[in-house]
Design a protein around this ligand. Sequence first.
Ligand code: GLU
Length: 320
Amino acid sequence: MINLKITALAATAALCAQAATAQERFITIGTGGQTGVYYVVGQSICRLVNRGTSEHNLKCTAPSTGGSIANINAIKAGDMDMGVAQSDWQYHAYNGSSEYEGDAFQDLRAVFSVHGEPFTVVARADSDITEFDDLFGKRVNVGNPGSGQRATMDVVLNAMGRSTEDFALASELKPAEQSAALGDNKVDAIIYTVGHPNGSIQEATSTVDARLVDVTGDAIDTLVEDNPFYAKATIPGGLYSGNDEATETFGVKATFVTSAEVPDDVVYTVVKAVFDNFDRFKRLHPAFGELAEEDMISAGLSAPLHPGAEQYYRERGWIE
Ligand code: GLU
């Protein structure tokens, strides 16, 4: 969990006595692929936290990971302290449903939510894929194991009475690899649950003519009606080359989560670093531009708030 490490400092005259006894605490934030937005979320949070290391002795790192499911599982195992996860998987992990059936993570704690993540399907323009149903019989990258999109794709297929067997190929490449695979004609379409605009879809749509595909229909309507963590979503036109029209789909929220085992003062320090510097945070990625504090402390959160986060929100007068 928290790595407490006494930093052995050479007793040079330049160091004050206090620094010589300082205890540095290391925290790790699980993110996603380097071309996605989670990586920027984690890196941005760490950047803000690490600006204050001399005051609070907390040092933050945010390595690339497989995504939502990998992050939740790493937090549960105590291998990571915090992480980014889709709101659907936060819900299922806490409640022990879907992929987490019989395996509830009751110590999972919500910290805040971040940007919206539309379930995004991109197809080569030279394929005849114009709607989700056209994917069947085609070569589709369904997402790497451990990613949120891989798990949400299974939910979507299940809701349609389908499975990955209905594709000519169901590859499991990572986000950083799938755009190249689309360009190289190794797959006809790729799936990504991700904030927009992002580097990955930018790469996919600039290396080859490719279109964002609507994900609509009865099965999607039912998923959205039945589950509080899903909502209809629109990817605006004009974000990616060759895609001037808006794309209709459904989506989730990216959320920032931790464990009840992580000390209150650690979570408090991280939350304070973000919200005391909120304008700076919002400038670190175009997908953060629309973020508003009131939404972030409630939307998409189904696990209880961590007490360290609550303490900060109470101080700001955002909650009772
Ligand atoms: N939603 C994806 C996941 O849960 C990650 C998206 C991103 O990296 O921005 O794995």
